[in-house]
Write a protein that binds this ligand. Sequence first.
Ligand SMILES: [Zn+2]
Length: 230
Amino acid sequence: MINIFSIITETIFPHYCYGCHDIMVNYEKVLCSKCFVELNRSYSIYDSNNDLSNRVSIYFPVKNAVSLLNYNKECLASNLIHSFKYREDIIIGKYLTKILCNELKDKEWIKEIDYIIPLPLHWIRTLKRGFNQSEVIAKTVSKYFSIEMKTNCIRRIRNNKSQTSMSKLQRWSNVENIFKLKNSAILEGKHILLVDDLVTTGASLNSCIKTLSKVKDINISVLILGQTSH
Ligand SMILES: [Zn+2]
């Protein structure tokens, strides 16, 4: 039966796809079906020895590393993550995170996670941007799996320069010793899930993992939304 009510609401209050900006039908959320299919998935979740694992294990071997999307300049994934990060379209971040959570829910290792930790932004950067995009992702994962999020165990102590125009080498030296542990005793012997939006060189994430690895008997897994190819 045609739902007259939904036809009326779609006509009066049309909602638009965040990908192609076409009008969506009522059951579509955030992305239309066409854009959803077009998302360039990394499928790293199905490969325990994936490329991302190697990229984030430079100083310390992470247990698991998963991403949702492959990220290339000017593709749908990059437009979406850019809108989430810089235009504050938080709904996009939550939507993409939930897709990843749906895939993760049957994995045994996710049930072993004790705490979820978003990659910290420096407080000045958070103030300028208005929010920490990693925290939005972490909060969504925390809520989905009912696992506690911790934001007071590691801090970013240096507001390092933006990395976008730097060479690979500059990026690595730019992020050296930028994180500091705080209240880290509660992380001893725990398995934590470190969360970020995007991995390019992996310099910041590896620096954060290096600092976290100083905690006694810690296990670290990583979840991100997008990863660039090398
Ligand atoms: Zn679309």
